[in-house]
Design a protein around this ligand. Structure first.
Ligand code: MUC
Ligand code: MG
Length: 367
């Protein structure tokens, strides 16, 4: 069970339909495949998606920090030394997806070694999650058409709508068109990626008061401290902290400070170990949790569902698991399928997936 090598492999897969939101846009998945090898011949995998506009990481930076800082410290640990691993990775500031991918690849390798799924190792609550689809910026009718296609083809009935544009009336019109087009039974919520000020957010939420929104996420910056508290206090829906509250300390600060009342957990940035710490804190604080999407590929999405399905609190709400549908291809031998609005786990050990060597050869950019 000893870790003998950690590889960081860049790959590049274009999106058929780019995702646009207030803090950036993604046209190509320039991700990093992380492989952890052990002395038993086991290989665990995970992917790191750099989001420079949110966390400052780049594809090259992820590879550099893994190869020069993390791998030399982690090689030699046992797969069961999870606290040692967290402590070693935690000595370096930042680099959330590089750390998370190592943690998750170790989790996958441990499951494969023991013949257990990652979900069984983490908690084993259930074997699937309902899916929420994230709708990026577009014209109202195009966003309604996309949502209808997701409902008709995949059975998805929960939608997160990207907002935060100026004028805010653009986004208010989209959310109204979605509610009118999809009817009262779908779940709708909005994510502003800090695009509006607190007062713009409050005004837009008043204009959408009749649209039965389930949540509002990161409408304004958490660093506008008093404005954000003022905003959160007046809303009658939970306010989700996403990029402003990624660690237990940040969640504690934002929630106790009145700047959030629910949280998004993304395995892409906190792995399995860090996500479990945040989740258990959320239980203690009594916060609702949504499993978020860092614009993950299929490997990232299976990590999210493996974690989300492992615990009761993370599987209450639909998880954001469907954005890989907008990619032109992926790395798995057997693509993930969303059916009847659900994404089910694979039965095999670890994450239950395999990397297709031909696809990796085709999409990797280092050879
Ligand atoms: C989200 O929930 O904000 C956009 C940027 C990112 O890192 O994740 C997405 C979705
Ligand atoms: Mg968000």
């Amino acid at each position: 069970m000893k870790i003998t090598a950690i590889e960081a492999i860049p790959f590049r897969i274009p999106y058929v339909k780019p995702l646009k939101f207030a803090s950036g846009e993604v046209h190509v998945a320039d991700h990093v495949l992380v492989r952890v090898r052990t002395d038993d011949g086991i290989v665990g995998v995970a992917e790191a998606p750099p989001r420079p506009f949110t966390y400052g990481e780049t594809q090259r930076g992820i590879i550099a920090v893994i190869e020069t800082i993390f791998a030399p410290q982690v090689v030699g640990l046992s797969l069961t030394d999870r606290e040692q691993l967290a402590a070693l990775l935690g000595r370096t500031v930042g680099n959330p997806t590089a750390k998370a991918a190592i943690d998750m690849a170790v989790g996958d390798a441990l499951g494969r070694t023991l013949g257990l799924t990652v979900t069984e190792l983490l908690g084993g609550y259930t074997d699937r999650m309902r899916v929420s689809h994230m709708l990026g910026f577009d014209q109202p009718q195009a966003m309604v058409d996309e949502a209808e296609r997701m409902r008709d083809v995949h059975g998805i009935t929960t939608f997160k709508v990207k907002v935060g544009r100026r004028p805010a009336s653009l986004d208010v019109a989209v959310v109204r068109a979605l509610r009118e087009g999809l009817g009262p039974d779908v779940v709708l919520y909005v994510d502003g990626n800090r695009g509006w000020t607190a007062s713009e957010s409050a005004r837009a939420m008043r204009q959408m008061a009749d649209l039965d929104l389930a949540f509002a996420e990161e409408l304004s910056p958490a660093d506008d401290v008093l404005g954000r508290r003022w905003l959160v206090q007046q809303l009658d829906v939970p306010f989700i902290a996403d990029e402003s509250a990624t660690t237990p300390a940040e969640v504690t600060r934002e929630v106790l400070g009145g700047s959030a009342t629910a949280i998004s957990i993304k395995t892409a940035r906190t792995g399995f170990t860090g996500s479990q710490r945040v989740l258990h804190l959320a239980e203690g604080l009594g916060l609702e949790v949504v499993m978020g999407n860092q614009i993950d590929g299929q490997l990232g999405s299976i990590c999210t569902v493996a974690f989300g399905a492992a615990h009761q609190r993370s599987s209450v709400h639909a998880g954001e698991l469907s954005n890989f549908l907008d990619m032109s291809d992926d790395l798995l031998t057997e693509p993930l399928r969303i059916e009847n609005g659900e994404l089910a786990l694979r039965p095999g050990a670890g994450l239950g997936i395999e990397i297709d060597d031909d696809k990796l050869r085709h999409y990797r950019t280092d050879s």
